[in-house]
Design a protein around this ligand. Sequence first.
Ligand code: ADP
Ligand code: MG
Length: 287
Amino acid sequence: ATPTALMVGTNRAAKLGVLLKNGEVLQKMTTVTTVVFDKTGTITTGQPVVTDIIGDDPQQVLQVAASLEKDSEHPLASAIMERAQADHVAVQAVADFMAHSGQGVMARLNGKPALIGNAKLTKNLAMKSSFQDQLRKLQAQAKTVVIVGYAGQVIGLIAIQDTPQPQAQAAIAALKKQGMQTVMLTGDSHRVAQAIAQQVGIDEVLAEVSPNEKANQIAALRHQGVVAFVGDGINDAPALTMADVGIAMGSGTDIAIESGDVVLVHNDLYGVVKALAISRKTFSRIK
Ligand code: ADP
Ligand code: MG
């Protein structure tokens, strides 16, 4: 590739909101076979909203949840804090706050153990069968469900919906048309991941993957092909680095933008399609 051709390609991409770290990545992109997407904040908008609060005392469920989440930086936490504010639920002070990455948070509230998170975090708490049924039903609706525990028992569930990006479906359809394998990688439950994958047309789902495991999953996929990973940097910066081509959402964290080879400035997933198209065009002209 001549330096001029690379510059032309890089500039064309930039005009479309696709920033390339260097000319090398442009060439690498021509070889990509597999595109892996993070779910939260990448396939979805990352602006989740609380839709359902289940429990004998929903007000108490929300109060415990908000008290636990006020010091958490997770997008699910902001959804819960917004709902608590809207419902005028007062937040209580907690002690011994501890965030468990990819699982949830724990603390003491009124001297009693309190926690909020996924089934892994709450595995030692008994959950009545009506909650189990509700949990499955809400997850099948593509809602992320967090379990709220207090004083040794599950007191309720909070369902949170994060809708797919407007361009997700079209971008994935275009990638599949080009013969790309599409994969979703997430820490969320299998049921929710499947439901969202189905909405946007992604073929393969890797769910309940802990933040530490995400890079290993990318490494495994690299044995079968050339892998691009699209993420927002929340729990997935190592995966961005591990991929052959790391693509960071523009709204992502600073670390994502640093770790990525490509940055989608407008946060538009269709940028992935544009980036791959420009790379092919750049190199076919030269041959
Ligand atoms: P993703 O891969 O979709 O970005 P994470 O790895 O950040 O998801 O989290 C995985 C799961 O752990 C979430 O779906 C949620 O059930 C639980 N979780 C993580 N952090 C929190 C939190 N602060 N509050 C409640 N639940 C949480
Ligand atoms: Mg994420």
